[in-house]
Ligand binder design. Structure first.
Ligand code: BG6
Ligand code: MG
Length: 214
């Protein structure tokens, strides 16, 4: 079976992807820039500044780096206001039970997230001390589709990539996993992505996948 499982956070462990959308939408409205859910899907898994650049593709204006920094800060303030309302209620029983079972059958569990807010979110939902390793956007130079975040997580678990499974809701995240030499399971949007070895409709299907692997 897989010895380690590395989970993306936003859109996999909890539904903060919806909050990212709301916060970017508020910024885009403020700047008078068109933004919709389809554009939002392109932001999954990539860093805050890279996300901003995609949003600004729809702007007629050219902004300086200092202005862009302010916009990213503004978005993060909106986002943090939404995160403040999160509590352990925002961790579904399905996800929590599955994590507990995976741990019980001997898997090491890690988070590999591009977000600089990852540790705060884990605390809010009651998983602050849960994972064997947490690697987030503060520790990496290159965000997904670069494999850096997952490679570092595997290293922290003391495992090689071929023995770990990555769980992702973003195409950029599946790409990162495959480039790093990991098998990947796709959830949500990434479920139909061809590079995902497993397609998850429900989170608890992971238990079967992990125990079947030779
Ligand atoms: C990823 C999200 O987990 O984190 C992206 O999928 C987001 O949409 C990225 O842009 C960075 O998040 P943060 O919290 O550092 O702005
Ligand atoms: Mg995600």
């Amino acid at each position: 079976q897989y010895q380690g499982i590395i989970f993306d956070l936003d859109g996999v462990i909890c539904h903060t992807d919806a909050y990212h959308y709301l916060a970017w939408k508020k910024l885009a409205d403020h700047l008078g820039i068109y933004f919709d859910k389809q554009i939002n899907n392109r932001l999954r898994g990539i860093s805050r500044m890279e996300s901003l650049d995609i949003i600004l593709e729809n702007s007629k204006n050219v902004y300086t780096d200092a202005e862009k920094y302010e916009f990213a800060k503004e978005k993060n303030e909106y986002y943090r206001q939404l995160l403040m309302q999160m509590s352990p209620v925002d961790l579904s029983a399905d996800v929590k039970n599955t994590l507990d079972v995976l741990r019980k059958i001997g898997c090491k569990l890690a988070i590999g997230s591009s977000s600089k807010n990852a540790k705060y979110i884990l605390e809010r939902i009651g998983l602050g001390y849960y994972f064997d390793a947490v690697v987030d956007g503060n520790e990496i130079q290159h965000s997904k589709p670069d494999p850096e975040v997952f490679l570092l997580a595997a290293q922290r678990l003391g495992l090689v990539p071929s023995t770990c499974l990555v769980v992702e809701d973003a195409e950029a995240g599946i790409d990162a996993a495959v480039r790093g030499g990991f098998d990947a399971a796709g959830l949500g949007d990434a479920r139909v992505y061809s590079l995902a070895k497993y397609q998850l409709i429900q989170f608890d299907e992971l238990v079967g996948i992990v125990s079947r692997k030779q």
